[in-house]
Ligand binder design. Structure first.
Ligand code: SAM
Ligand code: SF4
Length: 327
């Protein structure tokens, strides 16, 4: 039986956060340096995480993406990845690439070929001001290695008016000669990241800027894809825009999130969570709870008002910070 919500949407894609910790501190994701991290006892242990993942797979999940925080920071990340790699799912990961060099061989051995890597600037100094750590060169080297080893690499750039909008054409230039897939992401509101609607560089604005500098064509979007995909004429790679704020993809959403402390979130923006980990630990019926959570999913934005409405920023602020949800 597929995991259906009351609007007929099938949910077969699970994002699991391995940790709410990160070696970087990107301003849009982990803005508050005094952030309270989850205590170790509250986190899913490796065995618990695998058991919960199995429940989701029994309920029809076909794709699992590991995320965080920084998933590759977790000490038992390799063990978890190996176990998930044996399940009948497509396994993918979103990472900041800092520790990637330690995992290439494992990814090769289990057939994990798709890497989503966050990168918001090509300038080492600016990297330091956005991610609050001086790590650009190491990360760039790992991205280069990933491409040379034949991984399918998507570069996720959160476009911010003041910090990196001017670099958007440089990112698109990268796709001309390299098999890179640049994804331009609209800045979204979460706890503490000081979002307001005017700070989001919209899909329309990005496209207008790109049109003024490049010849490009629309290419096909995958089913349930949140990205609108394009290719510069004759380019090796592609680019895409993810417009979660100005043109949300709620009507075709197939995503479920499991936080590092074992809570299911049926929507990125939902404040309603159910505690699967406590249920698992007490021997409760986990699958029933998963089914109920998906049935209770709102039509759009976790039931919150449109992003452009008055007071929206305050509503979305009441969610967790992105780092403790899992993007
Ligand atoms: N540490 C990993 C990384 O950076 O790729 C995985 C976790 S990170 C939370 C997952 C994705 O969420 C990243 O691509 C990041 O750029 C994106 N993200 C975080 N905060 C965001 C925000 N406020 N708006 C849009 N995207 C955001
Ligand atoms: Fe860490 Fe990723 Fe968030 Fe940056 S976006 S702080 S790398 S979890």
């Amino acid at each position: 039986m597929p995991l259906l919500d009351s609007f007929g949407r099938v949910h077969d894609y699970l994002r699991i956060s391995l940790t709410d910790r990160c070696n970087l501190r990107c301003i849009y994701c982990m803005p508050d340096l005094r952030m309270q991290f989850m205590p170790p006892a509250a986190l899913m242990q490796a065995g618990e995480l695998i058991t919960l993942a199995r429940h989701f797979v029994s309920l029809g999940v076909k794709k699992i993406r590991l995320t965080g925080g920084e998933p590759l920071m977790r000490k038992d990340a390799a063990q978890i990845i190996e176990s998930l790699g044996r399940m009948p799912v497509k396994l993918a990961i979103t990472t900041n690439a800092f520790f990637l060099d330690r995992f290439f061989d494992l990814f090769d051995s289990i057939g994990l070929r798709s890497l989503n890597i966050s990168l918001d600037t090509l300038n080492p100094d600016k990297f330091k001001s956005i991610a609050q750590k001086d790590s650009f060169l190491r990360i760039w080297k790992n991205i280069d290695t990933a491409v040379n080893r034949g991984f399918h690499v998507k570069l996720n750039m959160v476009v911010m008016r003041e910090q990196n909008l001017s670099e958007l054409p440089d990112f698109i230039e990268l796709t001309r000669t390299r098999p890179l897939h640049v994804r331009l992401i609209e800045f979204m509101p979460f706890a503490g990241n000081k979002w307001n609607y005017g700070k989001t560089v919209s899909y329309a604005e990005m496209l207008e800027l790109i049109e003024s500098k490049f010849d490009f064509e629309k290419i096909e979007d995958a089913k349930n894809d949140t990205a609108r995909n394009f290719r510069v004429s004759g380019a090796t790679g592609t680019f895409a825009i993810i417009s979660s704020v100005t043109n949300p993809f709620c009507s075709t959403c197939n995503r479920i999130r499991l936080t590092a402390d074992g809570k299911i979130k049926n929507c990125l923006f939902s404040r309603e969570e159910s505690d699967l980990l406590t249920l698992l630990r007490s021997g409760g019926d986990v699958q029933k709870q998963i089914i109920e959570s998906i049935r209770g999913k709102h039509a759009a934005r976790g039931g919150l008002p449109p992003f452009e409405s008055k007071g929206a920023a305050g509503e979305f602020e009441k969610n967790r910070a992105m780092i403790s949800i899992g993007g």
